[in-house]
Design a protein around this ligand. Sequence first.
Ligand SMILES: *Cc1c(COP(=O)(O)O)cnc(C)c1O
Length: 365
Amino acid sequence: MDIFEELGVKKYINAHDTYTIYGGSRMSARTLKTMEEMAGAFVDMEELQRVLGDRTAGLTHNEGAYFTNGASGGLLLAACVCMTRGDLYHYRKLPDTEDIPSEILVMRAQRNAYDKAIEASGAQVAEIGDADETLEFELEGRITSRTAGVFYFASALYQRGSLSLEKTIAAAHGKGVPVVVDAAAQLPPVENLWKFTEMGADMVIFSGGKTLCGPQDSGLILGKREYIEICRNIGSPRHGICRSSKTSREAMAGLYKAVEQYCSLNHREQKEKMYQRNVSIQKKIEGRDSVLGTKIIAKGPVGQEYPRLFCELKQIGKAEETADKMREAGIYIGAVPEENMIYISPLNLTDKEAEIVGDRLAEIL
Ligand SMILES: *Cc1c(COP(=O)(O)O)cnc(C)c1O
């Protein structure tokens, strides 16, 4: 009897995406083994954070790296770093932000469900621009002595109304203010692990539990040495507001192994494999009674570079119903009701699972 049977908890195949509500992504056997090894003895957590950080910085071509508990914990810590610049007296007082610059600027077009983590630090989020457009003078003019930093969300969903990252960095740095990029789900391409920092961003945040396939409750802050040093000085296990988002030694070691594996993948081959999984499902569903047409689209939901399979249905209003039926059959897929489409992301699928997804979907369609 496995743990699912013991608990009576249903198992799913994830053909939707790296969504936290399903558990995100899957760790490799090597990552799990590393976590088990790390669980076998005690360590000096500050030493471990430093050693893993230096190695991860090397792997990702950054000056420094710090392990957090998820990208969300990274947003919280990065906000604390911007506000306190490492001053322990002011850090310990958070979320009381009296006496320190505590405004974090965010473009109105980029407001999202994750930015609460910024406010959890005690910072006040101040919006600039509007839903359609943000101009340089709006950012420059809004930066005052109260401004602690500018947070930029790199998702393709928000780019329409945003100032480009280049212009954001130029404007913020021109006024001496750091820029933090939330790139939680911006993989692949692997180059994004260093692209934003090379552009000049001071800290760049990635989720460990999405495409990197690390522990679900792990994340990374990559960036400039001086800022990573501050993360090390104020972040958990030190006491203060980030203590409630601590990271375990197992999660840190697991994410390090996962990053190492991700960086050594043949990414072209990975993309080709994902494409083939899409094609295998496409072949099974093309021509079914309910199917109007299928197409493979080169982008992930927030602009990542991996192919997804979309299927337009003949009968209007059937997309959600189809996704519901698939879920009942133990498979999560995506639905775009307004376009009457369902979609499959191959990111979390094994070849065998792709077969199962194709067979079930063909039956239901
Ligand atoms: C997923 C996501 C997060 C949160 O990441 P966790 O690792 O689950 O904490 C933050 N920001 C964005 C833009 C995300 O997509």
